[in-house]
Design a binder for this molecule. Structure first.
Ligand code: 5GP
Length: 206
C-alpha cells in the first residue's frame, strides 16, 4: 500500500495571544490531526495531567533529552524548558497522520529549520492593546512584568515573516474555523496530490 506522509502543522505566536485556548478548542472538534504533547520542566497546574497536557520532567531529565537529541526543538520560556519529543512526531508523520504542534516562537523557528515543509501558522492578537488587556486580566502580573511581556510580544510579532499563514485570534471559534480551512487546503495542494498519483503510477507500471 502506498502511504503518504502526514503534514506537520505548527501553531505559534506571541505570548498571551491564546494559542493554548485555540488549540484546545480545535481538538474538541473532530480533527484527524494528532496533537504532539510537549515535555516541560514547569510544574503541573491544577487540573492538568501527565501525558495529557505535558510530560512533566525534572531539569536534569530534560537536559538529558536535549543531550540525546530526543527533542525536535526546545526553548526556555519564563525560566522553564519546553520541548517537542522527536520520535512521536517522526513516527506519526510516517504513519500518514498529520501532527499538530502548539509552541512558542523560538521553537517554531527551530522546527522551520528542520522541517521547512511544515505548515507554519501564526496566531496574532487583534491588536497589541487587546493583548495587554488579556495579560492584565490574568490578574497575577505586576505592571513591569506586563510591560516586559508586551515588549517581548512586539518583537515576536516581527517574526511573522517566517510563517505561511496568519490567523487573527479575535474570536476563538473564528480562529478554529480558519485553522481547519488551512488544514483542508494544504491537503489539496497540487504537489501533494500529484506526487501521490505519480507513486501510484510507478506501482502499476512495475
Ligand atoms: P504554558 O506554560 O502556559 O502551558 O505554556 C507556555 C508557552 O510554552 C506557550 O506559549 C506554549 O505554546 C509554549 N509551549 C508549549 N509546549 C512547547 C514546546 O514543546 N516547545 C516550545 N518551544 N514551546 C512550547
Amino acid at each position: 500500500m502506498i502511504k503518504q506522509k502526514g503534514i506537520l502543522f505548527i501553531l505559534s505566536g506571541p505570548s498571551g495571544v491564546g494559542k493554548g485556548t485555540v488549540r484546545k478548542a480545535l481538538f474538541e472538534k473532530e480533527t484527524t490531526m494528532q496533537y504532539s504533547i510537549s515535555a516541560t520542566t514547569r510544574s503541573k497546574r491544577p487540573g492538568e495531567q501527565e501525558g495529557v497536557d505535558y510530560f512533566y520532567r525534572s531539569k536534569e531529565a530534560f537536559e538529558e533529552m536535549i543531550k540525546n537529541n530526543q527533542l525536535l526543538e526546545y526553548a526556555e520560556y519564563v525560566n522553564n524548558y519546553y520541548g517537542t519529543p522527536r520520535q512521536y512526531v517522526v513516527e506519526t508523520l510516517d504513519q500518514g497522520k498529520d501532527v499538530f504542534l502548539e509552541i512558542e516562537v523560538q521553537g517554531a523557528l527551530q522546527v522551520k529549520e528542520n522541517f521547512p515543509e511544515g505548515v507554519f501558522i501564526f496566531l496574532s492578537p487583534p491588536s497589541l492593546e487587546e493583548l495587554k488587556n488579556r495579560i492584565i486580566s490574568r490578574g497575577t502580573e505586576t505592571e513591569t512584568l506586563v510591560m516586559n511581556r508586551l515588549r517581548a510580544a512586539k518583537d515576536e510579532i516581527e517574526l511573522m515573516d517566517a510563517y505561511d499563514y496568519v490567523v487573527v485570534n479575535d474570536y476563538v471559534e473564528h480562529a478554529v474555523d480558519k485553522i481547519q480551512a488551512i488544514v483542508k487546503s494544504e491537503h489539496c495542494r497540487r504537489e501533494r496530490v500529484a506526487s501521490q498519483y505519480k507513486k501510484l503510477l510507478e506501482v502499476t507500471e512495475s
